[in-house]
Design a protein around this ligand. Structure first.
Ligand SMILES: [Zn+2]
Ligand SMILES: [Zn+2]
Ligand SMILES: [Zn+2]
Ligand SMILES: [Zn+2]
Ligand SMILES: [Zn+2]
Length: 570
């Protein structure tokens, strides 16, 4: 083990004081208590305090003391350089009475015997003092001879091999001895170490937190959030008021004002679109200029001071005094500026809270707007659905109104020109359905305004369609009724175009419908386009024409068979 001061230098805290090892450090302490062989022979250390030898030295009497104790004995006045263990033994054996012991220890009445222990004659007695030799035989303790004392390496080795406990009380499973203890104490997780800044002794595991949170010497930022760093926590703690110490420290004050000013500048620039601007830009730049001037004056004064301080004449001293006064005035100005800034900062704070309220309001409005928009769009969707429903109902109503139940269809086709244009892509249109009687066959007509099949582009093609009806089960199949198809001439006394046919019983068109509509059948060359679309001929008037279908039971012998249209899909 090295010395205590060496340990302290490496940051190890020894949990004991004194020259010897405390007995609690060792595992087999009962062994030492019984035998006592390794106790130091000095009363302050081993005899009185049961400490174990540390770096043992053997005296010429055979007793051992720690090296530190040995040095202490050597520093005593020569008359007191006695082995305390020997003295105690003599006293315990009755060779010394208390009075004699005290006199021995105080250096009086002492006889030196270099040849070892022996009974010794009493010193010459006086009439005032009774002779000690009359009471008990006296033995004289050894005077320590430092020239022959030496380090006891054997005992040192024995002690250093004894098992010890970690003084920090950790539960390491390692078998520690005095030899390995030092290294363990440097690594022990329960160890105590001194803070390198404030020297407070801290548990090793807590030193990190101490450095960042507790150490009075840690470096912190200005708590006013001015951005100035590098302040000692200890210095800040001294000032309870808002204006911290660094405000009043020459150079730092400038930094502080500058940084606050920059912040103010930013704030006012940002808020210039807000409800009110408290500080104008020109005011800010005025303040900046003033500060700059003050800084320059301070610098100049400093330079002059440094130049002249070595060659001081009375005039120079006066000049210096003026500079000092100027500097003081500057200081006053800076203080004024500082209080001005505080006022400004309060205004900015107010402004900021106005802005906050304004922002909250704007947010609320925009939220309401969003909600309204959402509501409107929902309403629109709903009303669109409603309109579509109404349209459907209208169509249904129209169909119901137009539907006839007597086998007679009158079909008014408007926008004929539009249908002709669209008919270029083989366009056809269907009539609304009609019935032979209330619970009869369901039918409709289909027209290709621009012709289909053999009538394509030359004729209007007109077809008859049997539809799937609600009462088909009650009808006779195939459909057998005579069909008359007409294109009406609107002009008075001019003939209509008429075709009639009786259904062919084997045709698919007249079987009971399995789909919505059967295949249409009728006349591809029903009417000549040139004839019909000539406005002078009276078939199309006001872009409107009329088709008529009549179905009855009349016999129609000799009528043409109808032709079919095979694509119901278009
Ligand atoms: Zn000692
Ligand atoms: Zn001794
Ligand atoms: Zn430990
Ligand atoms: Zn510290
Ligand atoms: Zn600050």
């Amino acid at each position: 083990m090295t010395t205590t001061s060496g340990n302290a230098r490496r940051g190890i805290i020894e949990p004991w004081l004194g020259s010897g090892w405390p007995i609690d450090l060792f595992e087999a302490k009962t062994f030492f208590e019984k035998k006592g062989v390794f106790f130091c022979s000095r009363s302050e250390c081993g005899i009185g305090n049961r400490r174990i030898l540390r770096d043992p030295w053997q005296l010429n009497c055979g007793h051992r003391v720690c090296k530190e104790c040995y040095d202490k004995l050597g520093a005593l006045p020569e008359a007191q350089q006695l082995c305390e263990a020997c003295t105690k033994e003599l006293f315990d054996e009755g060779h010394l009475n208390l009075d004699r012991k005290l006199r021995l220890e105080s250096g009086h009445d002492f006889l030196l015997n270099k040849d070892g222990m022996s009974y010794d004659a009493a010193p010459p007695s006086t009439s005032q003092q009774p002779s000690l030799a009359d009471e008990v035989p006296t033995r004289v303790p050894f005077k320590i001879d430092f020239s022959i004392a030496m380090k006891d390496k054997a005992v040192d080795r024995e002690i250093s091999r004894l098992l010890v406990n970690c003084p920090y009380g950790c539960d390491t499973p390692a078998k520690l001895t005095l030899r390995t203890l030092e290294r363990h104490m440097e690594e022990c997780l329960e160890r105590w170490v001194p803070c390198e800044k404030c020297a407070e002794v801290i548990k090793y595991l807590g030193i990190g937190e101490h450095r960042t949170k507790c150490c009075p010497f840690r470096i912190v930022e200005c708590p006013n959030k001015c951005g100035v760093a590098g302040l000692r926590a200890k210095d800040l703690a001294k000032k309870k008021v808002q204006v911290v110490k660094h405000l009043n420290e020459g150079k730092r004050m400038d930094q502080h004002l500058k940084s606050i000013m920059t912040k103010l500048h930013t704030t006012t620039t940002q808020s210039s679109s807000g409800p009110a601007t408290v500080i104008s830009q020109s005011q800010i730049s005025d303040l900046q200029k003033r500060l700059l001037t003050l800084e320059n004056q301070s610098d100049r004064a400093n330079r002059m001071l440094m130049d002249k301080v070595h060659h001081m004449t009375p005039e120079m001293a006066r000049g210096l005094l003026e500079n000092v006064q100027l500097a003081q005035r500057n200081r006053q100005d800076l203080n004024d500026l500082n209080s001005l800034f505080k006022t400004v900062a309060q205004d900015v704070h107010k402004l900021t809270s106005y802005e906050g309220a304004f922002c909250a309001l704007t947010e609320k409005i925009s939220k309401t707007e969003n909600e309204t928009a959402e509501l409107l769009s929902r309403l629109e969707t709903l009303s669109n659905i409603r309109v579509a429903e109404i349209e459907d109902q209208k169509t249904l109503l129209n169909q119901l109104q137009m539907t006839s139940y007597n086998g007679h269809l009158l079909w008014k086709i408007t926008d004929v020109q539009k249908h002709r244009d669209e008919a270029a892509t083989r366009h056809s249109i269907y009539s609304h359905p009609f019935y032979t009687e209330t619970y009869g066959y369901k039918m409709c007509a289909r027209v290709f305004v621009n012709g289909d099949g053999s009538g394509k582009n030359t004729h209007i093609s007109l077809f008859f369609v049997v539809m799937k009806g609600e009462y088909d089960a009650l009808q006779t199949w195939p459909f057998q009724k005579k069909v008359t198809m007409k294109l009406r001439n609107v002009t008075e006394n001019r003939p209509d175009i008429v075709e009639m046919f009786r259904p062919e019983p084997s045709s698919f068109s007249f079987q009971r419908p399995k789909n919505e509509m059967n295949i249409a059948s009728g006349c591809p060359q029903f009417a000549d386009q040139a004839h019909v679309f000539n406005p002078d001929n009276g078939f199309v008037v006001d872009d409107t024409m009329y088709i008529e279908i009549m179905v009855n039971n009349e016999s129609t012998a000799g009528l043409n068979s109808p032709q079919h249209v095979y694509d119901n899909e278009d």
